[in-house]
Design a protein around this ligand. Structure first.
Ligand code: IPM
Ligand code: MG
Length: 353
């Protein structure tokens, strides 16, 4: 298969980890006989430095022209004083909305070898953590009208029924091949948008009678995630609740450096990125954990190219490396560790057909 991949290394540790992702993609292509071409795209702080804005139309078009996009991270203190519409994060939001990536998947699961890294007690963790957050990504308060008025400011949260229905369907489809439970997280006791989410999701649920649907207010969900994360299978929610809860879910597993994500639309196109940030303090120091990015590459093979064996090959290599004691500093628990590039090499060595 021929694949065109756009690489957006971005800022901070972005280039360090995307480099390891590329090594893994190249190895998979070699093992399974695919041909890959890459184009590089600027977004975030680096784009501000080079072009004066966090994302140019030309770079957006370059990303759109690919079959899939691999992104590192954007942002850093250097650009913290930029006005809101010119911050690096605006580049990421521009990519998401410009490419119509409404469905953000953030799986969180515990690797047995790393269970001691979770801040939760063993008796909580031993019930198992294997959940996926389905976060709506191109609507809600992130993209509503915002502004200043007198001495006030506002950000509008609005949703339409079709916007809710399309991600709800994705969540139910996923639950069907998982443990068959969808938990809709909202604030329906206060927010009108949440009430629309409930109505719409109930309607969709009637087409998936094999899947159990439950509802949880977001404040309660944030508590249940640490009290009993095993309750959750597919956690469906709007944009900002999903942002917050996916960070919390990642901490439940013990390392934010391990969790991948996929941002999808109806066709096979997708953008893949680790859920962690740009960690400017360790940028270029060969300290970052490349595993979240490498697992994001596995998701790319699965969702954009429908190549399940390639995805599994990468995921198995990561599991083997962890079982063999391969650790970067963030997951070393005070023990010995290796650098970003060496970690990538250890994973590549364990990739096999
Ligand atoms: C994320 C990040 C982004 C978000 C920021 C960088 C704009 O926190 O992907 O979770 O809020 O969506
Ligand atoms: Mg976030």
């Amino acid at each position: 298969m021929d694949m065109r991949i756009a690489l957006i290394p971005g800022d901070g540790i972005g280039p360090d980890i995307v480099r390891e992702g590329v090594k893994v993609i190249d190895r998979a292509a070699e093992l399974f006989g695919h041909s890959i071409s890459y184009t590089e795209v600027d977004a975030g702080g680096i784009s501000i430095d080079r072009h004066g804005v966090p994302l140019t139309d030309e770079n957006l078009e370059k990303a759109k022209a690919a079959d899939a996009v691999l992104l590192g991270a954007v942002g850093g203190p250097k650009w913290d004083s930029m006005p809101g519409d010119r911050r690096p994060e605006k580049g990421l939001l521009g990519l998401r909305s410009g490419m119509g990536l409404f469905c953000n998947l953030r799986p969180a699961r515990i690797y047995p070898e790393l269970s001691s890294a979770s801040p939760l007690k063993d008796e909580v963790i031993s019930r198992g953590v294997d959940l996926v957050v389905f976060r709506e990504l191109t609507g809600g308060i992130y993209f509503g009208r915002k502004g200043r008025e007198g001495d006030g400011a506002y950000d509008v949260m609005s949703y339409s029924k079709p916007e809710i229905a399309r991600i709800a369907r994705k969540a139910f489809e996923a639950a069907r091949i998982r443990r068959k439970r969808v938990t809709l997280v909202d604030k329906a006791n206060v927010l009108e948008t949440s009430r629309l989410w409930r109505e719409t999701v109930k309607e969709i649920a009637s087409q998936y009678e094999d899947v159990e649907l439950d509802f949880m207010y977001v404040d309660n969900a944030s508590m249940q995630l640490v009290r009993d994360p095993s309750h959750f299978d597919v956690l469906l929610t709007e944009n900002m609740f999903g942002d917050i809860l996916s960070d919390e879910a990642s901490m439940v597993t013990g390392s934010i450096g391990m969790l991948p994500s996929a941002s999808l639309r109806e066709d096979s196109f997708g953008m893949y990125e680790p859920i962690h940030g740009s960690a400017p303090d360790i940028a270029g120091k060969d300290l970052a954990n490349p595993i979240a990015t490498i697992l994001s590459c596995a998701m790319m093979f699965r969702y954009s190219f429908s190549l399940e064996s390639e995805a599994r090959c990468i995921e198995d290599a990561v599991s083997k490396a962890l079982a063999d004691g391969v650790r970067t500093v963030d997951i070393a628990a005070g023990g010995s560790y290796i650098g970003t590039a060496a970690c990538g090499d250890e994973i590549i060595r364990r990739m096999a057909r």
